[in-house]
Design a protein. Structure first.
Length: 321
């Protein structure tokens, strides 16, 4: 069992012992949150994140890489983040299945990480402009500029989600796709009514917007429900089910919140008070050859970003390894 998982299981068992009415469904999170956001700073309750740090989570000091990368780190990233070769292997949707057990997912992640497979239309460094870009349709306005702000904040989100056991693996079956929340008034003033051919410039501004909130659905392909749609009795599965809606800021604050949707059997949230939900986000997937760094239990790893969803192979050349 991973250290983070062991910590949270110990915490959960203590809580259930003290409050027997929480046994089984672990409804403490639901009662505390309802459909609203739950900040991780809560010091008592099941939504308190597992961490070895004596300090409460939140704030810029949470990231082992720091809130901002050094120039040397950015130079290393640029060197790694070249345009893909024509024969670069691609991560396909068919590389994965639904209803993984935790053990199956833990076994699948290193296979994908070490395979050399990377996201289709992934981010790359454009030496001519000196910027990172995300490929996008010409009809949308061409490539999207990927700002440093966004990469650094996504890295913070990844590391905090891993540290607090809101995710275990950075790939599609777990923490592998994202959506956005933008304050309604800000959306109306800055982004509403954007023409289709200006979608890419809009994305470039959005990813550099300090008011943007980045929203992840983790445990995407983890089996949490039985064949009757009931939550499985395993306490770890219940923890993952109740902590799968993760929201992070885009302003280096290192603030993570959890959303709840008790009306959804899968606890899939889509609402944040006062904000517009924007579903077309991005995908992320860890790879040994990836562009951007993060730390997982002290180990330096790498991940890629892409605006494209995972494709499916057109022939037998791809698919499940």
């Amino acid at each position: 069992m991973a250290p983070g998982r062991a910590l949270v299981m110990t915490k959960m068992k203590r809580k259930v012992t003290a409050h027997p009415h929480l046994r089984g469904l672990l409804i403490g999170i639901m009662l505390a949150c309802g459909t609203a956001a739950c900040a991780v700073e809560n010091e008592d309750g099941l939504d308190t994140p597992p961490t070895n740090s004596p300090d409460p989570p939140g704030g810029k000091a949470d990231s082992p890489l720091g809130p901002q990368f050094s120039e040397d780190r950015w130079a290393e990233i640029a060197a790694r983040c070249t345009a893909p070769a024509s024969d670069e292997p691609i991560v396909y949707g068919s590389d994965f299945k639904w209803d993984y057990s935790p053990e199956e997912m833990a076994a699948r992640f290193p296979e994908i990480y070490e395979s050399g497979k990377r996201l289709s239309q992934r981010a790359r460094f454009d030496a001519e402009t000196g910027t990172f870009i995300l490929p996008s349709e010409d009809s949308w306005g061409g490539p999207v500029t990927l700002p440093r702000r966004f990469v650094e904040n996504v890295t913070l989100h990844i590391q905090q989600a891993l540290e607090h056991s809101y995710a275990e693996h950075v790939f599609f079956p777990d923490m592998g796709h994202n959506h956005f929340f933008i304050p309604e008034t800000h959306w109306d003033a800055e982004y509403a009514g954007t023409p289709v051919d200006q979608t890419s410039p809009m994305y470039s501004r959005l990813l550099d917007d300090p008011k943007l909130l980045v929203f992840y659905h983790t445990a995407e392909q983890l089996q949490t429900l039985d064949e009757d749609g009931e939550l499985l009795p395993d306490e770890w599965i219940q923890w993952r089910h109740q902590t799968r809606n993760v929201v992070g800021d885009n302003n280096w604050e290192g603030h993570i919140e959890l959303l709840q949707n008790p009306e959804s059997p899968a606890n899939t949230a889509h609402d944040y008070p006062g904000h517009r939900y924007y579903g077309a986000g991005f995908n992320l997937s860890a790879s040994k050859d990836g562009c951007f760094p993060f730390r997982d239990q002290g180990e330096l790893k790498w991940y890629d970003l892409s605006l494209d969803d995972l494709p499916y192979p057109s022939d037998d050349g791809g698919g499940y390894l």
